[in-house]
Ligand binder design. Structure first.
Ligand code: WTA
Length: 635
């Protein structure tokens, strides 16, 4: 019992050692004592990082929604499960109890069944942050359908790619969404996407904004009338621990997005266990994670982790700047939030505004603050600590990834002493390794290298949907017998980890992962463009912003550059989404290339960051002369 909730540093070290010495025994105990299973496992773990193949709790049977809903009914049926805070502060917040949520999930699950969705079918969910989003995830899980949530800020092209990649048969969406002062028309984005998605036979529509929508006979159905008729009783479909629970797409450094596949048993155990410890959640607490459920943070730490612990979890529909920059702090005061989990980019944006926006509100309910998505810089860390936490609430800087399913390196509040910009210590059961360029693991402290994980953990993604070879190539081929994260890190004198950033072609902009290749592909499709290269450069609020170097075709040379810039960004917005727009575009006559024709991004990165003092040896380039020109015209 004691291992489930860690309360002091000695205990952390003890439990950590136990989890590493005997991982099977350790996770078996956690799984056995804190979850309901229809049948226990035959084997706790089998793994082989060479293939790679990993399975946890093999042979076990469960349904995750029984753990997130049913088992709470007798003990906390009337406790608020979801607390919905709408975009408009004048609209009343909604408290949905565990009993109500259970009823709504069952109804929705029955609707899905009636529309022909069954175990193993893929359902695409493209919804704003409204309660139906969480309900849809759980309803899929209830009947064993695999949900694939696509962030409702993605364009129709990006949506279509994701729908087709995993052959979804249904889309759940809404008439529109509110974001601050704006109303977005989601349904027409879906309509445009579905022109190239022949597999979609059903669209369920939630009414949110009252926008006029175009209904396609036989395909589109309003959800409300179907829910009204549906029964509140829906027996869960019993799943194998290793059956897929969901697919979630993340950017790769090349080509198509990767549909990371997470499974039922291990994901449940690990997200629940990390949630309990990393937020030190207590029964009466109100917990708020500001992420969107379109990202992994929302899946694991708005929906599954909190609900598996019987927590009250807030869903916020709006944005931090609406109606003004005090919104986050107003919501914290209003709902007496105890744990607050947000992203460095939001902190930096709010830190730029007048301090009065924070000081107006009573934030004394806060106990724990969290950060996720990118390295938190020292200035933002102190601003958060001083002005939000009033130096009383520990900040948990949580490092993890879509692929890892749950938090991997993080302080445990009131247990691990924090240091600004450090994610500190591996969580229980996590065995990090830092690797040098030659592929050797670096022992001891005060070392930097590529961050790998050398032993499986329960919530790791099991594959990339439809492309196991790519899963292996991306994560298990760089270092033998290790999962490679794509991040660099250092380990300081006391063994604390500090994540230094991506070492591949993924750029993190405002906490969102963007691969360079799909953006370059999109730019290159512009008729005036011959070739392009994208790099990141430091940005005050976004952390990184995108800088594009673009070579024009001869036909493009005479064109007005301002118009071209607009058109290129417009094209990116349509094909990927506004988050991938370029902040700067420089038109160049050539790109620095190696003799084998590879673009030297390292040089472009330095130029974009205005750090040209030490470009290294450029004499081996195919075209060294172009570097001077690019530097001279840099923006
Ligand atoms: C970065 C988000 C530093 C990292 C949960 C990782 C971080 C990528 C942190 C995954 C952190 C996330 N400190 N870097 N606390 N958290 N990252 O898949 O580069 O959207 O590989 O998952 O974000 O982003 P993803």
């Amino acid at each position: 019992m004691s291992n489930y909730h860690i309360k002091h540093l000695e205990e952390y070290f003890q439990v950590y050692r136990k989890s590493v010495r005997n991982p099977e025994g350790f996770w078996e105990e956690i799984a056995e004592e804190h979850f309901s299973w229809r049948k226990k496992w035959d084997r706790v773990l089998s793994w082989d990082f060479k293939k790679p193949e990993v399975s946890w709790f093999e042979g076990a049977k469960l349904n995750i929604t029984e753990n997130c809903l049913d088992r709470h009914l007798s003990v906390r049926g009337d406790k608020t499960a979801l607390l919905f805070e709408p975009n408009d502060p004048k609209e009343e917040a909604r408290h949905i109890t565990y009993r109500e949520l259970h009823g709504r999930v069952c109804k929705m699950a029955n609707v899905l069944k009636a529309q022909g969705v069954g175990k193993g079918d893929r359902v695409c969910i493209y919804l704003p942050m409204i309660p139906e989003l969480a309900v849809s995830l759980l309803a899929c899980a209830r009947i064993g359908a695999i949900h694939s949530v696509v962030f409702a800020g993605f364009s129709s092209t990006a949506l279509a790619t994701r729908i087709n990649d995993c052959d979804c048969k249904m889309v759940i969406t809404s008439d529109g969404s509110y974001r601050g002062a704006k109303t977005l028309d989601l349904k027409s984005i879906v309509d445009a996407a579905l022109e190239s998605c022949p597999g979609i036979t059903e669209v369920l529509l939630v009414r949110r904004t009252g926008n006029q929508v175009n209904l396609i006979e036989g395909r589109d159905h309003w959800l409300e009338p179907l829910l009204e008729e549906a029964s509140e009783i829906c027996e869960p479909v019993i799943m194998d621990a290793e059956d897929p629970l969901f697919i979630l797409y993340t950017s790769g450094s090349t080509g198509r997005p990767k549909g990371m596949v997470h499974t039922c048993g291990g994901y449940m155990v690990y997200t629940a266990y990390t949630f309990k410890n990393i937020f030190q959640y207590k029964e009466e607490d109100v917990y708020w994670c500001t992420a969107d459920i379109g990202w992994i943070t929302g899946h694991s730490y708005i929906v599954y982790g909190p609900l598996a612990n019987g927590a009250t979890t807030v869903m916020f529909e709006g944005v931090p700047s609406y109606p003004d920059f005090g919104r986050f702090w107003e919501v914290i005061e209003k709902h007496r939030i105890n744990q607050f989990y947000t992203a460095p980019t939001a902190i930096r944006a709010l830190a730029k505004e007048n301090l009065e926006f924070v000081e107006t509100y009573d934030l004394s309910s806060l106990k724990v603050l969290g950060s996720v998505g990118e390295p938190i810089n020292e200035e933002a860390w102190h601003w958060y600590n001083n002005n939000v936490g009033k130096k009383q609430s520990p900040i948990v800087d949580t490092w993890w990834q879509t692929e890892t399913g749950g938090i991997m390196i993080s302080p445990i509040p009131f247990v691990t002493p924090t240091t600004p910009t450090y994610a500190t210590l591996p969580f229980i059961g996590i065995q990090p390794a830092l690797m040098d360029e030659e592929g050797r693991e670096m022992d001891g402290n005060q070392v930097s290298g590529r961050l790998c994980i050398k032993f499986p953990w329960p919530s790791m993604a099991r594959t990339i949907w439809g492309d196991h070879q790519r899963y292996r190539d991306t994560y298990f081929s760089a270092f033998e017998n290790k999962y490679f994260t794509g991040d660099g890190a250092m380990r300081d004198a006391v063994g604390y980890y500090r994540i230094t950033g991506r070492v591949d072609d993924v750029i993190i902009v405002s906490g969102h992962n963007l691969g360079t290749a799909p953006i370059e592909d999109s730019i290159n499709e512009h008729p005036a463009v011959a070739e392009s290269a994208i790099v990141g450069f430091p940005h005050d609020i976004k952390g990184n912003a995108l800088y594009g170097f673009v070579i024009l075709k001869e036909t493009g040379e005479g064109r007005n550059r301002d118009n071209l810039q607009k058109e290129i960004n417009q094209q990116i917005t349509e094909q990927i989404g506004p988050i991938a727009k370029l902040d700067k575009i420089q038109f160049v006559s050539g790109l620095p290339k190696t003799r084998s024709g590879k673009i030297m991004r390292r040089i472009l990165r330095k130029i974009a960051s205005k750090d040209t003092s030490n470009l290294g040896d450029i004499s081996t380039l195919l075209n060294p002369e172009v570097v001077e020109e690019i530097i001279a015209n840099a923006l």
